[in-house]
Design a protein around this ligand. Structure first.
Ligand code: ADP
Ligand code: 5GP
Length: 193
């Protein structure tokens, strides 16, 4: 009886999915469509020291904090993972993720590669999905077309893109975001099968 109870509890725990991909590849766009169609899946909201872009809302896109607040959370061991990316800090608060998984809900973390590997070390059953651009030229075109970064930030993000593409070989799944509708379909086949 007791064993059944344990098995049942384990069976109902949610699954953790990590989505990574170079800046500008279309992760946000893809996830927006996916989550509208699959509202039962939760999205983790990260903490960052990056300044909000126009239109970004605190508590919706990110929790925007100062460097001091971020460092305090690191000291207090509040993060499941955290990393520096392009001069800013980004992190995932552990409590929200664990609470969601314990409620039996699946959760998606949209994070960069260093954070993804930190989590994979702690949680072997985390599923890693990498979003690839159709080409580097198209990636640059999308990054510039979004109009959210200055030239220096664009160059940094393109530089990071090469490092991240190299990391994609250690991911469980890769999706090319060429046709958006097809890419959403592939994501649904992995997460909602
Ligand atoms: P990320 O979240 O990966 O940084 P975004 O979702 O902000 O990327 O997308 C970057 C730009 O690329 C946006 O202007 C978006 O409209 C565009 N985009 C996203 N997916 C596609 C696609 N499949 N085809 C063409 N443009 C796309
Ligand atoms: P952006 O500044 O474009 O919103 O995000 C820059 C990069 O940080 C993206 O690759 C994004 O996936 C990643 N990122 C966002 N939140 C987190 C997080 O909590 N942890 C880590 N490690 N990376 C994150």
């Amino acid at each position: 009886m007791y064993n059944f109870y344990i098995m049942d509890k384990e069976k109902t725990k949610g699954k953790l999915y990590i989505i990574s991909g170079c800046s500008g590849v279309g992760k946000g766009t893809l996830l927006n469509v996916f989550l509208q169609r699959n509202p039962q899946i939760e999205l983790s909201i990260s903490v960052t020291t990056r300044k909000p872009r126009s239109g970004e809302v605190d508590g919706v896109n990110y929790f925007f904090v100062s460097k001091e607040e971020f460092e305090k959370s690191v000291k207090n061991n509040e993060f499941l993972e955290w990393a520096e990316f392009n001069g800013n800090f980004y992190g995932t608060k552990e409590t929200y993720v664990e609470k969601t998984l314990n409620r039996g809900k699946n959760i998606i973390l949209e994070i960069e590669t260093r954070g993804a590997f930190q989590i994979k070390k702690k949680k072997k059953d985390a599923v890693l999905i990498f979003i690839l651009p159709p080409s580097i030229e198209e990636l640059e075109h999308r990054l510039r077309g979004r109009n959210t970064e200055d030239e220096a930030a664009i160059q940094n993000r393109l530089h990071e893109a090469y490092r991240e593409l190299e990391c994609s070989k250690d991911y469980d799944y890769k999706i090319v975001n060429d046709n958006l509708e097809q890419a959403v379909g592939e994501l649904e086949r992995i997460i909602c099968n």
